[in-house]
Each structure stands twice: as C-alpha cells, then as structure tokens.
Design a protein around this ligand. Structure first.
Ligand SMILES: *Cc1c(COP(=O)(O)O)cnc(C)c1O
Length: 392
C-alpha cells in the first residue's frame, strides 16, 4: 500500500473470495529469473505442471492453461465446443452465472436461462425437466457454476450430472469451478464433466492471470466439429504444443513457476485434507454469523460453501459502509455485494492459504466493525467460532 501517506503496521488481511492470499513459497517461486519458453529446459516444467493439474482437477484428459482471467476460460470453453446459433441451457445462481450467460450471448449462442433466486444452487430436477422437454436435443451444452462466489452457494454438481443422465440427454456438461477447485470436493472424471473452467487466483493460491480448461474426450470430439471463428483459444494448437512440452505462444512463464509450487503444496497437504480444512473453517465462520444473529445468503445447508460465506446486513444498513470502515480501521478487505446484492451483503473469503488464526483475526475485525458501524448484532460470534474449531 505504497500510495498511503501513513504506514500500516502488520499484514493486510485480504479476506475477499479471490484473489486470495499467496503463500510465501509461491511468491518466491515466481521471483525466479524468466526462462526461455522455447528452450530445452522448458518441457520439463510443462510436463510437471500438467501431471499435477490432472490430479488436482481429477481429470485424466488434457488440462489446458491460458494466460487469461477466468472470464477467458468461459469464452475458451464455449468457442471450442460450440458454433454460433447453438442452444445452451444456463443455470442462474448469481452474478457469475449471469456473466457467463452474457458471454454466451455475445458469442452468438442461443441461451435458455433457468432462472434462480440467488439464494439456492441449481435445482437438478429443473435441469432434468428442461432437458426432457428438449426432445430433439437442440440443447448442445449445460452451463453450471459449481460455487457461485457472489452468494456463497455451492451447487450439487454430481446431482446435476445425474439429472442430465436421467433425461438421457447428450448435451455437454460445462462447469465453472473457479472458486471451488481446491476448496470443495471436485472430480472432473467421476462427475463426467466435459469442460471444467477454472482460474489461478482462488483455491489455487496464485495471483490472477491464468485460466484453465480441463476437457473430456467428448468435448474434444465436439471441438473437431464446431465452427466458431477464433484463434487464441484453440485447443488443437494447445494440445499439439503441450504434447511436446511447449505452448503455441508465450505462456505466463513466471506464473507457471508459481503454479508448479502451488500445486505441490496442495498435493503435499492432500486434496482431501485441503477440502476438510476449508469445510472446517467455513463451519466455524457460519457459527459466528449465526451467533451474531445475521443471516447467511445460502438457505440450503446441502449447498453451504467451503470458500465464501455471504452475509446479509439488516434492511436499513449498507454493507459497503461496513466494509469501508473495516478497511480503513483494521486494514482488512472483505468481498463486496455483486449485482443485485450490492450494499445488501458482505462476503467473507475463507479460501486458499488460510488457517484458524487467520479466521479468528478476520472474525475479530468483523465483530469490531459491526459494533463501530452501529449495525444491530449480538456479540459472541468469535467465541462460537472458536468453540466450533476446538470441538471439530
Ligand atoms: C472469480 C470467478 C470467475 C472469474 O472471474 P475473472 O475475474 O474473469 O477471473 C468466474 N467464476 C466464478 C464463480 C468466480 O468466482
């Protein structure tokens, strides 16, 4: 924070649900000298990264890495598999699902929008019903956001997969796992996902700048048929180059150093332990929120979110005033309300490189902030969270 006149002692608390905190060893890995991406040493790095990505996505097919934000990953999936005029079924869960739908429309796809209330995840039954009604199979893909980061709601992707199968529908299944990957259980293969879209700056504990497409054989087959005009995103060029350990154009080399290290950290902890840690910290966060007498945006406990808790403030309060106060007074950033949630909620990110004491600090800043902002609440959220952690 070099542009501030006064020095702030201690660490800034970055508790937005992405970009998330980056471990020191990942920052150090990125500080290595830049490597020749066409040189003889490069393929070793590529192979190491791709092998670890297969394990983290639980995907036996290719995982493509692009220098782009997550939004690029959405576009990449749609352009490779589909042709202008194709129909897609997109499920409204919140702000990010809406943005993905907007990308699809801008690319000339015809979107069937399964409306939602931003407080629940995807209803698998409604997906099944919509697909059953599409008897001539004109819907080419189902778009689903796994964790809707704007609301802190995690849809039951395995059940959505089962709904597609129950309907006997051949649509491709495209899943946004940007803020669920390495936070909640996710299996590209077991859930028969055709394209998993993700990005570097959430559970993967990296700065923004990389996006991913993990793809199935069916997705590769549809890519061979699709006729969208595009160049930068082409999977065929990426696949051909990756097989030799290279990229079709200059990759974000120093982010790849960071990715190599971040993936090693996750695999050393063990993916199941990573999920369990996120689940525990999320449970403790929810117990603080309910002890404060505040309301979680997520209404269905089957859809509680491991990476983000979105909290409603009482009707006559402005969540952004609270966020501003907490930033100025305690140097902590919380997530803002997006889209129709603007001013109504704040979001606590408990994602990525995060532990018990960081959570305790986060909740302490919130409890002091609620008091100073004059928002009606009950004290005791921190104790409820600590009890939860001690007993869990
Ligand atoms: C962060 C995020 C994205 C990606 O957004 P970018 O700003 O383009 O990186 C996409 N989907 C979800 C669910 C997200 O949380």
């Amino acid at each position: 924070m070099t542009n501030r006149n006064t020095r702030r002692a201690g660490r800034h608390f970055l508790q937005i649900p992405g970009p998330s905190n980056v471990p020191d060893s990942v920052l150090r890995a990125m500080a290595q000298p830049v490597i020749d991406h066409r040189g003889p040493d490069f393929p070793e790095l590529t192979e190491r990264i791709l092998e670890k990505l297969n394990r983290v996505f639980d995907c036996s097919g290719p995982v493509f890495v692009y220098p782009a934000s997550g939004t690029g990953g959405w576009e990449c999936a749609l352009l490779n598999c589909l042709s202008p005029g194709d129909r897609v079924l997109a499920c409204e869960t919140g702000h990010f699902a809406t943005l993905w739908k907007n990308v699809a429309e801008k690319l000339g796809l015809e979107v069937q929008w399964l409306a939602g209330d931003w407080r629940h995840g995807i209803d698998p039954q409604r997906v099944e019903d919509s697909l059953r009604q599409d008897s001539d199979h004109s819907i080419k893909a189902v778009l689903a956001v796994h964790t809707e980061t704007s609301t802190g709601v995690t849809s039951r992707i395995a059940e959505v997969r089962a709904a597609i199968d129950n309907a006997g529908h051949p649509a491709l299944f495209m899943v946004d796992a940007v803020s669920s990957l390495a936070c909640s259980e996710f299996s590209h293969d077991d859930w028969k996902v055709d394209v998993t879209v993700s990005a570097s700056q959430k559970g993967l504990m990296l700065p923004p700048g990389l996006c991913f497409n993990a793809v199935s054989d069916r997705a590769l087959e549809s890519a061979a048929q699709a006729v969208s005009h595009h160049s930068y995103w082409r999977w065929d060029a990426m696949l051909e180059n990756n097989q030799r350990g290279y990229f079709p154009y200059t990759p974000a080399t120093n982010l790849l150093y960071g990715l190599d290290e971040a993936l090693s950290l996750l695999l050393a902890e063990g993916m199941d332990n990573v999920f369990a840690r996120h689940a525990r910290l999320a449970r403790a966060t929810r117990s603080a929120v309910s002890a404060w007498g505040l309301e979680n945006v997520c209404l269905d406990e089957r859809e509680f979110c491991n990476s983000t808790t979105a909290v409603l403030v009482p009707d006559n309060c402005d969540a952004d005033v609270l966020r501003k106060l907490i930033l100025e007074r305690f140097d902590m950033s919380l997530g803002t309300g997006l889209g129709r949630m603007k001013g109504r909620i704040f979001r606590i990110g408990h994602i990525g490189d995060f532990n018990e004491l960081m959570l305790a600090g986060t909740l302490s800043g919130l409890e002091m902030g609620l008091e100073l902002a004059g928002i009606p609440f009950s004290k005791g959220g921190i104790n409820a969270a600590l009890d939860c952690l001690a007993g869990d």
